[in-house]
Design a protein around this ligand. Structure first.
Ligand SMILES: Cc1ncc(COP(=O)(O)O)c(C=O)c1O
Length: 473
């Protein structure tokens, strides 16, 4: 890595952690040169890079200053307002249709669920896999069957311990991606016909799992910044029997909302009073822009009712399909369910991740990934504000890589999806995030790909939204 990139990364991390506040002056070129023993041009190049990324700005004759965090002139989104009844779910056909269209090659990936492949250490992972497989003793392959490779489970538990979260390796079951854990969790705690609480809007794969298991979904009001509304949740729990809650307290997909720690604690206590299991989807937790990893609801789980699911898919190794579940009271049930269905996550993939984690370097990768995602989200926010019709509202997540937009009345995002596809752009229309296709004026944008791909696509999308608005006027 070039010296100036190294220095720029350090400053970016300080800004991300809030240790350099908006408006604060950065050390002058002369001071930095003397303190770090680097050339003036190295410091200049670092500052110029940060300026291009929108993190700092120069003031004539004065120096470089930290810019204000993502500002948005658009109005903020309102708390959602779903109905009070549980519904059967039939979204799968629509979800498959939208995802198939957006997956065709050559389509700008604003509808995709993964960040740009340029952000992952794919070469190091491939090396770790080759090394792991060379050393793999064929007689010990059974060690990788569910609950999974013991050393990998130890590494996963260690990462939680470093963040102050008590999780024993024994409780962890390795899965084929988080989605296998989430589906197994739902299957373990429900019977057909049961009602499951979800956020509004909800991740479409949760809706699909509810549909597959013949359950009913009860949507609960959700604040785009603070997550599920606990009063509305308490009211729903007191009115009817609920078999489970499937929630994303940290960087919810699609809203990006983050429940405050106190709310997570209250959520776990409320569900424990009603003896309702919480299926916690935590796949975006490592992608925070703040100083530290937000605590999962699992951290407050004394009753063993939280089935906590996560994976490496979004932060390290997309496509390797390695995730895990810490299922509390249900740990043994889940382990058996996996043994009866897929038996184990891929052994080469478990081996690769084990060797990668044991060699170190994961935290360095994560620091760079978080900074890159924050920079990309900043740039996408500005592009949307410049290109979309007046009255467009958008979220301001503090992690992850999704933006959720509500367009002015009259613009249907399914129509926008069709028109965008003709222009080679994929989006995720709001319809796929609720059982009754209610968010027809909303869409989810993935801004985790390179700005060279995302920004022109956003400008074009804005123009298409303007055209739809004119046609409906
Ligand atoms: C919220 C959420 N949960 C779970 C998953 C699935 O994770 P994995 O790829 O590890 O199965 C995704 C992927 O899109 C997701 O967005």
């Amino acid at each position: 890595m070039k010296l100036y990139d190294q220095y720029a990364d350090e400053i970016a991390a300080l800004i991300r952690a809030g240790q350099l506040a908006p408006g604060e002056r950065l050390p002058s070129v002369r001071e930095t040169r003397a303190r770090r023993g680097v050339s003036a041009s190295t410091v200049f190049q670092a500052y110029r890079r940060l300026e291009r990324e929108g993190l700092i700005h120069a003031r004539p004759q004065s120096g470089f200053y930290v810019s204000a965090p993502m500002t948005t002139t658009a109005n903020e989104l309102a708390v959602t307002a779903p109905g009070r009844e549980a519904n059967e779910v039939a979204v799968s056909d629509l979800v498959f249709e939208v995802l198939r269209a957006a997956r065709s090659s050559g389509i700008a990936p604003l509808g995709s669920a993964f960040p740009g492949p340029d952000l992952f250490p794919l070469a190091q992972l491939a090396k770790a896999m080759a090394k792991g497989l060379r050393r793999l003793d064929p007689c010990r392959i059974v060690e990788n069957l569910s609950p999974g490779n013991p050393r990998l489970r130890e590494q996963i538990a260690l990462r939680y311990r470093i963040d102050g979260i008590r999780l024993q390796p024994d409780e962890i079951v390795v899965t084929s991606g988080a989605l296998e854990g989430l589906n197994a969790a739902l299957q373990a705690v429900t019977q057909p016909g049961d009602t499951v609480i979800i956020e509004s809007p909800a991740f479409y794969a949760a809706l699909q799992a509810i549909e597959r298991l013949k359950l009913k979904a009860l949507e609960i009001r959700t604040d785009p910044e603070r997550g599920i509304d606990l009063d509305a949740l308490a009211d729903a729990l007191s009115r009817q029997r609920i078999a489970a809650c499937w929630l994303m307290p940290t960087f919810q997909n699609p809203l990006g909302s983050l429940m405050p720690e106190a709310n997570k604690r209250a959520l776990v206590a409320l569900l424990a009073r009603h003896e309702v299991p919480l299926i916690e989807d935590d796949v975006y937790a490592e992608l925070y822009f703040g100083a530290q990893r937000p605590q999962p609801a699992k951290a407050y789980d004394e009753a063993g009712l939280v089935l906590h699911c996560s994976s490496f898919s979004k932060c390290l190794a997309p496509g390797y399909r390695v995730g895990w579940i810490a299922a509390g009271r249900q740990a043994q049930r889940i382990q058996r369910l996996i043994l009866m269905t897929t038996m184990a996550a891929s052994v080469p993939a478990q081996t690769a991740l084990l060797h990668y984690l044991e060699e170190g370097g994961y935290d360095r990768h994560l620091r760079r990934l978080r900074t890159a995602l924050m920079v990309r989200m900043n740039a996408a926010t500005q592009a949307i504000e410049a290109a979309f019709p007046a009255g467009t509202r958008l979220t301001r997540p503090r992690g992850g890589y999704f933006l959720w937009l509500a367009l002015p009345a009259g613009i249907d995002t399914m129509a926008l999806h069709q028109s965008a596809l003709h222009h080679g752009i994929g989006i995720a229309p709001g319809h796929i995030f609720s059982p009754d296709h209610r968010f027809s004026d909303c869409l989810r944008i993935n801004c985790g790909h390179s700005t060279a791909d995302v920004l022109p696509a956003l400008r074009q999308l804005g123009a298409l939204a303007h055209a739809l608005q004119r046609n409906t006027a």
